[in-house]
Each structure stands twice: as structure tokens, then as C-alpha cells.
Design a binder for this molecule. Structure first.
Ligand code: M6R
Length: 610
């Protein structure tokens, strides 16, 4: 959580930092601040609330300088307020620090520093770092930051500046993401690539335990603990600046929903053999013998990524005939799981930085599993720490509510299921060909699904005033029900429950009234008839049913009040298409309610704390 940026170069830093923070607001948005070196002093501006409040304050009282740092916050220690907003300073005001992460030993450090005469003004853990740097400073900012961080336990991405060092910015990371961006005579630091894309596509991904001393001439990177210089690798990122803009849409979420046809096509690109008879996944490094030896797949993820994993479970069990366990990452780490060298652990994370998912990855690796990451972010922690990686290639996802990341994660899980089925000999060639053909049709079919936006908008107009909604699904669309309910809760704040439709009679049926609409996923397949029965049960209790079903299903229209049509595909793949009306329903409800769709309350895109 939290987004940080830094700039050193010939331009005025303030606007560059504000523009960069705008691209990072998805990481947290309860307060924001900048520190700018203006002449020989550091001036700090901080505001509780959205970034616009800070931007307005800086318009009224501009700060000019060619070196600066900025921060957009998601509170962990200390409520959102001007005082707790970053950057934080030491007693003298010579140093300013921005931080993403948690300093776990901040209390003993704070007590010691207070005993030494330091005065603290905020409730944050971060402020100790500024005072520690002050204690260790003897004219060399890099040395002081390094010495300070050697005392710190926890997770951090940090950038520090000092009024005595107008040509230096020091950045370091431990378990929180940080990249360096390289321009011509100017350098950037940021939590994520979109913050620098307007200026450069040349980036260096800092690794855990690394610290960078950055001047206008360039950056040198060292190991925090022993101070040894380390070699770095510059990457040219494929995303361009336009990919991180709204492109005429009212919200990023709507843009990202509409990008799904292209995103799905990107996910599939280059992943089939030349004759299109098989799936090719060069990023998956487990050899044929290792795949045959597997006795279990364990999927680890959080939130929407967990739902994508859940969809993947149905596909892998059906096509590769191997047991699949799935765990919410925050539960896995505390349950002493049965994992060994015959386990394939599949870790799914859009950002690749989710703290619980990373902890699950490490746990699985330690216990001997082969860890396969499914992620959207090249160079993320999950990417770097896994044994194998399959990218989703969804492009940057900015809205907090995940949409295109979800459907592309599902696509990767289908590719994996087909690949495992092929390698384990559980999927005859004819069936494989049928599934591959169906998979290849999905991007085109997705175009017709996103086009139903105006129709779904009409449902949202009618239902955005309700207090609660029920989402029912069975089989591989049970996770779709969970995801639909999560989307609605997350951005419209309408209470919603996702249920396996067969469970309805065991409790949730009591919720049904004319004022609590039910969204029923009734796609063609083995559980279709059962879903019709569940719909009838809801109708018998005067419930209103909005069904998602096949476009040519006249039977369904007899029972449901409203039907949202989606194209037919293989039952296993139907969750990719079926979720889109639910994404749109949530989006338009939130928009009708006048809510901040892209930045819902209390949330952040990337949950980098436990
Ligand atoms: O970056 P990750 O995929 O690891 O994020 C996992 C969840 O935090 C994320 O999917 C969250 O549930 C979304 N906000 C849901 O829309």
C-alpha cells in the first residue's frame, strides 16, 4: 500500500511528483504530500484526503525545486491526517522521507530516539526512519540511510532526501516494490512503472535488500547489509504512457472492462504450438517428469485472484485429473499446510506484491513445492521469487476493482489446465483441440459481451437503491457468483452475498424478498437444470431474478425476470464471459450512486501489508 515517487533532474520536481502520484493513487489515497528541495531547505506540503487537495494547495502556494519526493498514503499506523501524511522529517528538518510498508520495530526505536532527545510529531512508524537518519548522518546521506535501515525490521520501500545534498536522493527496498526510472540527465524513483511512463520506459527493478544512491549523473546500487555494490539490469518496459490513461472513459474501471477482448487476445498470443494442437508455456519450467510426479496442485491467492484460482481448480481437475486445493493466502500461512516436492503451488497475483500471497509463495517454496506465479507485473516480487512464471499480459490495471486482470488470470489457468492435461496424458487430442478452439474464440466473444454495457446499465438504474443482493452459481460459475458479489460490495457498498446455489436452502433463502434481487448464473452445462430449479425456488418466494445465460436460451426466459445474454462456450470457460455483466452491474450501480468507482473507500489496489 502507499505510492511513492522521487525526482532528480533539470525540471521543476513538484508537477512531476504530482503527476506521478496520480498514477499511484490506486495504491492508497487517504492523504498525500511532497517534499521539495527549494534552495538550501526542504519544504514539505501535506494534505489529508485525495491528491487533488494537495495539488490545489500547491497551486495556491507553489514550491519550486529540482529534487523532490512524494507520497500517496493508505494508513497503517495513525489515522489519515495532515500530520500523519508523508513525507516525514527529523527534528532539524534537514531530512525528508517517504515510505511504503511497515516498520515492525518502530516502537523500541522510537523510545530509544525519544530518550536521546528526538521529538516526534506524528503517530506513524515511518517517522522513526527520519530520526534514525538524523542520528547516523555525518555528511553522507547514502551512508546515513544505509546505517538507519540496518536497524530497521519490517517491510519498506523508502526514498530520502537531505537539504545538505542537493544532488542526491537515496532509495531502498525490502519487501515493498520500488523501481528506478532513467531519463536523460534525470532520474525517477517510484512504487510502480505507470508513475514514470510519461518520462521514460527505461527502468531498473530494485531487489529486496538493495539501496540506490541516485544523482543527476546516474544511480549506483548497493546491498543494504554489507554495502557491496551490485550489478543492475535496465529493462525497457513494453507499456506505453497511453495505457495508463483513461482514454476518454469516465473511469478506469469502465475502460478496463472494455479492454478485455484485447487483453484476452494478448494472454493467448504465442501460447499455442504452430499447428495449434497444443499449448506452449515456456515460462513454466517444471519438466515432463516433474509434472507426471505431481500429486497435488495448490492454488494460493487473495480476493479476485482467489476467485480466478477457484475457476482454475475446476478446469485443472477436469482436464488434468489431479486434485486441486485452493487457499486464501492469509489462511494458508497459518494452517501448517501439507506441501512437499510433489506439489505444484500456483500463486496468482495481479500486482505480484500482495503481502499474504507472497508469504504463501515463500511457505510453499520452503516446503519443497515448485512455485508457478501467475502475475500481470513483470519484475514484481512474486515474479522474481517464483520458480516459474506465466504473465497475464493484461496491461496496467489502475482501478482498484479488478476486471481485466481477473479474466486474463482465468485464461492463464485454462492454458495451464490444458498443458497439464497434455503432459499427463489425461486429455485426448480431439478433446484438447475442441478446448483450444473454444479458448481461441473467447476474445471475439468477449467483444459482444462488453457491448451489452448499455443494457446492464438499465438494470443498475433500476436496482442501485437496494440494500442487498444475492449472487448464485454452481460448478465453475460458483466462483463467478463470489466475484460478482465482491465487485458489488467493493465499489457500490451494497451488501451482497455470493453463494453456491445448492446451499441456498441451507440459509440464504431466508434473505429473499422482493427488495433483495438475485443474480443467477445459469449457463449451459451439467448444472444448468439445477440452476433452473434454484431460480424457481427464488421466484416462489417473490424474489426478482436477473439471470446470466446463453443468448439463445428461451427456456431461461420463462423463469427469470430478466436475462442478460452471453455467447455459448465450453462450460469450463463460461466464467470468463459470465462475469462481465456482473462487473458492469457493479460499475453502473456505483456510478448511479455517485461513488468514487476507481478509488472505493478503505481499499487500495495493492495490499502490501498483512
Ligand atoms: O494484486 P493481487 O491480485 O494479489 O490482489 C489481490 C486482491 O487484493 C484483489 O484482487 C482485490 O480483491 C481486488 N480489489 C478485487 O477487485
Amino acid at each position: 500500500m502507499c505510492g511513492i515517487v522521487g525526482y532528480i533532474g533539470p525540471e521543476n520536481a513538484t508537477q512531476i511528483l504530482i503527476d506521478g502520484l496520480r498514477k499511484l493513487e490506486y495504491r492508497g489515497y487517504d492523504s498525500a504530500g511532497v517534499a521539495i528541495l527549494t534552495g538550501s531547505e526542504i519544504q514539505v506540503a501535506r494534505r489529508e484526503g485525495k491528491l487533488d487537495r494537495l495539488a490545489d494547495a500547491l497551486k495556491a502556494e507553489p514550491l519550486y525545486g529540482k529534487l523532490g519526493i512524494g507520497h500517496t498514503r493508505w494508513a497503517t499506523h495513525g489515522a489519515p491526517s495532515d500530520i500523519n501524511a508523508h513525507p516525514h522529517s527529523d527534528c532539524s528538518g534537514h531530512f525528508a522521507v517517504v515510505h511504503n510498508g511497515i516498520i515492525e520495530n518502530y516502537l523500541p526505536l522510537r523510545e530509544r530516539l525519544q530518550a536521546n532527545g528526538h521529538t516526534f510529531v506524528s503517530e506513524t512508524d515511518t517517522e522513526v526512519v527520519a530520526h534514525l537518519i538524523e542520528e547516523h548522518y555525518h555528511g553522507d546521506l547514502y551512508a546515513a540511510v544505509r546505517a538507519a535501515l540496518c536497524e530497521v525490521v519490517g517491510s519498506y520501500a523508502i526514498v530520502a532526501v537531505c537539504s545538505d545534498n542537493p544532488d542526491t536522493m537515496v532509495a531502498a527496498r525490502q519487501h515493498s516494490p520500488l523501481i528506478l526510472g532513467h531519463g536523460d540527465g534525470e532520474h525517477f524513483v517510484a512504487s510502480d512503472v505507470p508513475a514514470v511512463l510519461a518520462h521514460t520506459r527505461r527502468v531498473t527493478y530494485l531487489k529486496n535488500g538493495e539501496i540506490a544512491a541516485i544523482t543527476r549523473a546516474g544511480a549506483r546500487v548497493f546491498n543494504i547489509q554489507d554495502g557491496a555494490e551490485v550489478a543492475t539490469e535496465e529493462t525497457i518496459v513494453a507499456w506505453d504512457a497511453a495505457a495508463a490513461e483513461k482514454g476518454g472513459y469516465k473511469h478506469f474501471m469502465l475502460k478496463e472492462i472494455n479492454e478485455q477482448p484485447t487483453a484476452l487476445a494478448e494472454t493467448l498470443r504465442g501460447r499455442f504450438s504452430d499447428d495449434r494442437a497444443g499449448v506452449r508455456l515456456p515460462g513454466f519450467k517444471l519438466d515432463a517428469e516433474g509434472i507426471t510426479r505431481l500429486n497435488k496442485v495448490l492454488i494460493i491467492a487473495c480476493g479476485t485472484a482467489y476467485h480466478a484460482g477457484f475457476v482454475g481448480k475446476y478446469a485443472i481437475e477436469k482436464l488434468a485429473r489431479i486434485p486441486v486445493e485452493i487457499d486464501v493466502a492469509s489462511e494458508l500461512r497459518y494452517r501448517d499446510p501439507l506441501i512437499d516436492d510433489r506439489t505444484l503451488a500456483v500463486v496468482i497475483s495481479q500486482s505480484g506484491e500482495t503481502a499474504d500471497t507472497l508469504a504463501g509463495l515463500r511457505e510453499a517454496k520452503e516446503r519443497g513445492a515448485h512455485v508457478l506465479a501467475v502475475t500481470n507485473v513483470v519484475g514484481s516480487s512474486v515474479d522474481r521469487e517464483a520458480d516459474s512464471v506465466l504473465y497475464t499480459y493484461a496491461g496496467p490495471e489502475i482501478a482498484v476493482a479488478s476486471t481485466k486482470a481477473y479474466t486474463t488470470q482465468q485464461m492463464v489457468m485454462f492454458l495451464l489446465a490444458l498443458y497439464l492435461g497434455e503432459m499427463r496424458g489425461t486429455l485426448p487430442a480431439t478433446e484438447r483441440a475442441r478446448y483450444i478452439a473454444a479458448l481461441q474464440r473467447l476474445p471475439e466473444q468477449m467483444k459482444t459481451v462488453v457491448d451489452i454495457g448499455p443494457r446492464v446499465r438499465e438494470f443498475s438504474r433500476r436496482f442501485h437503491g437496494v440494500h442487498s443482493m444475492l449472487y448464485l452459481g454452481r460448478g465453475s460459475n460458483f466462483p463467478t457468483a463470489l466475484e460478482g458479489a465482491l465487485k458489488l460490495k467493493e465499489i457500490s457498498y451494497i451488501h451482497a452475498e455470493g453463494y453456491a446455489a445448492g446451499e441456498m436452502k441451507h440459509g440464504p433463502i431466508a434473505l429473499i424478498t422482493p427488495d433483495c434481487p438475485t443474480v443467477a448464473l445459469a449457463l449451459p452445462g451439467g448444472v444448468y437444470e439445477k440452476m433452473l430449479s434454484n431460480i424457481k425456488e427464488v421466484k416462489a418466494r417473490w424474489g426478482h431474478v436477473i439471470a446470466v445465460g446463453a443468448e439463445d436460451d428461451d427456456e431461461l426466459r420463462k423463469y427469470a425476470d430478466d436475462v442478460i445474454p452471453v455467447p455459448r462456450t465450453e462450460e469450463l470457460f463460461s466464467p470468463v464471459l459470465a462475469v462481465v455483466p456482473l462487473q458492469l452491474l457493479a460499475y453502473y450501480c456505483a456510478d448511479y450512486l455517485g461513488l468514487d468507482v476507481d478509488q472505493p473507500r478503505n481499499l487500495a489496489k495493492s495490499v502490501t501489508v498483512e
